[in-house]
Design a protein. Structure first.
Length: 364
């Protein structure tokens, strides 16, 4: 590998920092980061563009610089196939890169394990496996894309100290700092799934209201089996925002109204089983290109998704106040008290009196 493994690890970590920037905004393509280093200094960097093209390596190598014998660090194996754009391996070869470092192999059968062979044939040294365990977690949603019929699904929930989720008078139970972190989380997903009950009751925007991330607001998916969604909701007034409604209703008037608003309808055959309906819903979301999903809903829907093992990670925002008679929740009695916070990893982020926990539900 490199004469200095710590140096290699540093630059591959920087590549992942680039990859994080457009995570959730690259459609079905992985969000990749690329760093080019020469004589110990970063001379160029790039990331996968929004909507998935151009790729990170192309963006890093498009600068008019001397890349001869430079080291290229990339978070995922470079592509080696012709698609809508030429292979990144071609660009690497033409740029006369000296060494290529990447974390894990791509699961795409058009590329898998071929980049190393192609680059070595051109006398370019290739090293893989750097930051391997982190890479597998980072790309889990993308890797599942090639092995699973269902998309990658996370969820978030806010609770009070006494395990209540709804304040009778206030819209939120968490503070403004927690809500900013929620907006940041949203920017890392391509869609938010919610229910018609939540959307009608709260009338939320479900967007990213952090300066610089406004354009990274994810698509909105509303589960509305009987088309009970209200007209003139805030989400219908946002320009260039993708909205999907999942339903089995044939209400022509409502369907026509929604289509005029630019809403895309996903029809699911009427099914009595909630489990089958939910799984078919997520399968259809994956078919339309939504593969990295965050659930923001009430406890009833969240509980159904949890019981059917559909959620990968749960982000739990917990306040430091007891709501007592000021709050309530719509989950089965004592359901939330069964959550063992000791199994959660506490995320070190400043939220004043609130706390943020994360649990990988597939490993519990």
């Amino acid at each position: 590998m490199s004469k200095n493994p710590n140096k290699s690890l540093l630059f591959i970590k920087l590549a992942f920092e680039e990859a994080k920037i457009n995570l959730g905004s690259t459609q079905l393509n992985p969000s990749v980061g690329c760093i080019i280093e020469k004589n110990g200094s970063v001379i160029s960097s790039g990331r996968t563009s929004i909507k998935g093209r151009p790729h990170a390596e192309f963006n890093a190598l498009k600068e008019k610089k001397d890349f001869k014998k430079a080291n290229l660090y990339v978070s995922l194996e470079p592509c080696s196939h012709f698609g809508k754009t030429p292979p990144c391996t071609n660009k690497i070869i033409k740029s006369k890169i000296g060494k290529v470092f990447f974390s894990i192999h791509d699961k795409d059968i058009r590329t898998k394990n071929s980049a190393k062979k192609i680059l070595k044939q051109k006398k370019i040294k290739v090293f893989s496996g750097l930051y391997n365990s982190y890479a597998k977690k980072f790309y889990k949603s993308y890797l599942l894309q090639h092995t699973n019929k269902l998309p990658f699904v996370d969820a978030k929930l806010a609770i009070s100290k006494d395990y209540l989720t709804i304040h009778k008078k206030n819209k939120w139970i968490t503070n403004d700092q927690s809500r900013r972190v929620v907006h940041l989380l949203r920017s890392r997903y391509d869609s938010i799934v919610t229910t018609v009950k939540t959307i009608n009751f709260d009338n939320p925007l479900l967007n990213c209201r952090i300066e610089g991330l406004e354009k990274k607001s994810p698509a909105i998916v509303v589960i509305d089996r009987f088309l009970k969604i209200k007209k003139n909701l805030k989400i219908f007034n946002i320009k260039r925002r993708k909205i999907y409604i999942v339903t089995h209703s044939d209400n022509k008037n409502k369907l026509n109204y929604l289509k005029k608003k630019g809403v895309k309808i996903i029809k699911i055959k009427k099914i009595q089983s909630q489990q089958i309906f939910l799984k078919r819903t997520f399968m259809n979301l994956k078919k339309v290109g939504l593969n990295r999903i965050m659930i923001e809903s009430g406890l009833t829907f969240l509980n159904t998704a949890l019981r059917n093992n559909l959620i990968e990670n749960l982000y739990l925002f917990k306040t430091n106040q007891n709501l007592k008679s000021k709050g309530y929740n719509n989950a089965p009695k004592n359901y939330l008290k069964k959550i063992n916070l000791r199994k959660f990893s506490k995320i070190n982020v400043y939220l004043r009196d609130d706390q943020l926990f994360k649990i990988n539900l597939k490993n519990v």
